[in-house]
Design a protein around this ligand. Structure first.
Ligand code: WTA
Length: 653
């Protein structure tokens, strides 16, 4: 146990299972041994600038070469100084002189079951046309385009067209409210809005245009709005402001050379909500982000030219930006894009899609995996998943038992799992196994990628020893890092660079074990402090989830006179289990047995669902307030389902 005065975090979780890749997988992987990984890592660590400069020259197209790899004036970094490139060129034009010209770039399935495939050549033509549409609407370099669209190919086309003309996109997930859109539009000073008549969600129409109309009434900087026809519902079109996508495209030419832009030209802003306060517009730029998304895609997913790669995220999140659009397309991959919900028309939709398209690599989130576990194995058993060769997760920690289920049930015990740790701010994956090289441990994101130099420190800013938890920082700039918060340098400095001077503060806690494997322990703000022991949420939750009747769990601290904090847990049980007092006792005993009396929960509440953000993360800060008997405070604009909160409050006696 750690020295309690220094603010280190105690670990109570010991996971000994180790899963090396099969010989077959490793022998075919681009990086196929621990030694190969280490050699790459060491080369990058010895001279990060030279490492990235070499890759940038090889991997991106340069209209003008850069003269210097990095300019680092903490906390502001610039990469590939003086160079001119274009991200849409790297994603499209770069493949047109190769065999990939006729290869599918996007294979799309709509929620109602409609299908479309766009080859690189076709995608290029669509992007060029829409780039000309943008130009005809007065959009050029530096203008902000707000995108609120369903997961259709046009969403990717819109993003790439912005990149092509040097404009800045701000994609807003199509589940956000009018208020949330207006806030983001105003902060970004967006000039153009892109949307659709509606979106399909579990067979029903979400009226996106109506929501946008409400938002635009409060978005004075937005001059025009382009509307994609998707669901064919009736929408009001405002004369002079609103235009139909298909009408503008009919007249557009497919000839639109990519605009050479500076390496540091802003490619996009993406709003992410902090635990308090208003959402921040995370700013990413062109060359460094592009390189980082491309290389991390190739390394982590052991990219092979004939792969069908399916990332189930929405383009409204960073995962969709980096691993549906920019990473895979600049690598020349075929990406599958699915419009709808995982449980429509039934809970086996994902497995039906895997079987139908012979998906090889599946990248999804722990929240989805826990839902599949809850829905039961029958839905999986109906389908042939033998095409899968690699699985990935992102977004939250994955509890070891959920990992084991993913490994056995979806991966057939043959697919490596890449548990990828990263953030909107980091632009791309920072820690993850390279699947042919690094044996995995359930619950660990294993090792840093080449060029990523993690550092875990305590409150005294001292590096903690192995197996002690502390604040996870990154000690050296990397090309994919955020360049700032949109129009708020002070907040950027304060949030990420002040508490631990000279290092990027991730906001997560982590520990590194004796084998150099990293374990994310949850957000710094979520730590539970019991009698001076600082415990991580994920460890308590993982102990609960390892009970065979628990599907999902969230642990929070609540004030306690004696112990400082007591542990309150919210538990969702599997379909066939009953929420009885016996089960409550059993769970308490189970946690005590798994990780010790110290972490045994004081309060156990059963709930049908946990409150989550729209991207699927458990909102522990709301649960903290409920556990403490307070009303849920703070920003709830990202909450997925308010009714969940209301139900939790009702159960709160
Ligand atoms: C959490 C998503 C544990 C973490 C790409 C991080 C994870 C935040 C993992 C960023 C993982 C993401 N294991 N925790 N593999 N991946 N997280 O900005 O707390 O939506 O700081 O980016 O999600 O979430 P964001």
């Amino acid at each position: 146990m750690s020295d309690r005065s220094s603010g280190q975090i105690d670990t109570v979780m010991i996971e000994k299972r180790l899963f090396p890749p099969s010989d077959d997988f490793a022998s075919r992987a681009a990086i196929g041994s621990p030694e190969a990984y280490q050699a790459l890592y060491d080369a990058a660590q010895a001279d990060p600038e030279a490492f990235w400069a070499k890759l940038a020259k090889e991997e991106l197209h340069w209209f003008e070469p850069f003269t210097k790899a990095l300019e680092w004036e903490p906390p502001f970094a610039k990469w590939f100084i003086g160079g001119k490139t274009n991200v849409s060129y790297n994603c499209l034009d770069a493949h047109l002189q190769t065999e990939r010209r006729t290869k599918p770039a996007i294979v799309w399935e709509g929620e109602p079951g409609d299908e479309r495939t766009l080859t690189y050549e076709q995608l290029h033509a669509e992007v060029c046309k829409f780039a000309n549409v943008l130009r005809s609407l007065g959009i050029g370099q530096g203008d902000v385009v707000s995108i609120y669209m369903p997961m259709t190919p046009e969403l990717a086309i819109a993003m790439l067209a912005c990149a092509r003309v040097g404009a800045v996109h701000s994609v807003i997930f199509a589940g956000f409210s009018a208020e949330a859109i207006a806030d983001r539009n105003n902060d970004a000073q967006a000039k153009l809005q892109l949307t659709s008549d509606g979106a399909w969600r579990r067979g029903k129409v979400l009226p996106l245009k109506e929501t946008v109309d409400e938002a635009l009434a409060k978005s004075p900087t937005v001059e025009k709005c382009v509307v994609l026809r998707r669901v064919e519902n009736d929408v009001a079109m405002q004369e002079g402001r609103d235009f139909w996508w298909h009408e503008l495209m009919e007249q557009a030419s497919a000839d639109c050379p990519a605009e050479p832009v500076d390496s540091e030209n802003t490619l996009f802003i993406l709003y992410t909500s902090g635990s308090t306060g208003k959402p921040k517009g995370i700013r990413h730029t062109s060359a460094g982000y592009n390189l980082y998304a491309k290389k991390t895609f190739e390394w982590v997913f052991d990219y092979r030219d004939d792969d069908i790669f399916w990332c189930t995220a929405d383009c409204g999140w960073i995962t969709g930006h980096s691993y549906i659009v920019y990473g895979p397309l600049s690598a020349g991959a075929t990406v599958l894009m699915y419009e709808g919900a995982p449980n429509f028309p039934a809970e086996d939709r994902f497995w039906e899609i895997v079987e139908k398209y012979r998906v090889n690599v599946l990248y999804t989130a722990p929240t989805a995996i826990r839902a599949f576990i809850k829905w039961g194995d029958d839905h999986v058993d109906k389908h042939d998943l033998s095409s899968l060769r690699l699985l990935g997760t992102v977004g939250e920690g994955i509890n070891p038992e959920a990992w084991m289920w993913y490994h056995k049930k979806i991966g057939g015990e043959r697919c490596p799992i890449v548990d990828t740790w990263w953030q909107t701010e980091t632009g791309g994956i920072m820690m993850s196994p390279l699947p042919g090289a690094i044996p995995t441990k359930p619950g660990s994101c294993t090792k840093p990628l080449p060029g990523v130099i993690p550092s875990i420190v305590d409150e005294a800013l001292e590096e903690v020893p192995a197996d002690h938890g502390g604040m996870l920082c990154i000690a050296h700039p990397w090309p994919g890092m955020l360049r700032g918060i949109w129009r708020d340098d002070a907040r950027y400095s304060e949030q990420y660079w002040t508490k631990v001077p000279g290092k990027y503060l991730t906001g997560d806690n982590a520990r590194c074990d004796g084998d150099g494997y990293y374990w994310i322990m949850g957000r710094i703000d979520d730590v539970i402090n019991v009698s001076g022991h600082r415990l991580s949420t994920i460890e308590v939750e993982s102990a609960l989830v390892s009970h065979d009747r628990v599907a999902e769990a969230a642990a929070v601290g609540r004030p306690d006179e004696l112990k400082g904090q007591a542990i309150a847990v919210f538990v969702t049980i599997k379909g066939d289990a009953e929420p009885t007092e016996e089960l409550r006792q059993e769970l308490r005993a189970h946690v005590r047995k798994e990780i010790g009396a110290l972490a045994s929960p004081d309060d156990i509440r059963f709930t049908a669902a946990l409150p989550k953000t729209r991207s699927g993360k458990i909102m522990r800060r709301l649960l903290r307030d409920i556990a403490a008997g307070k009303e849920a405070a703070g920003d709830t604009s990202t909450l997925e389902d308010f009714s969940v909160l209301a139900k939790l409050r009702q159960n709160d006696e």
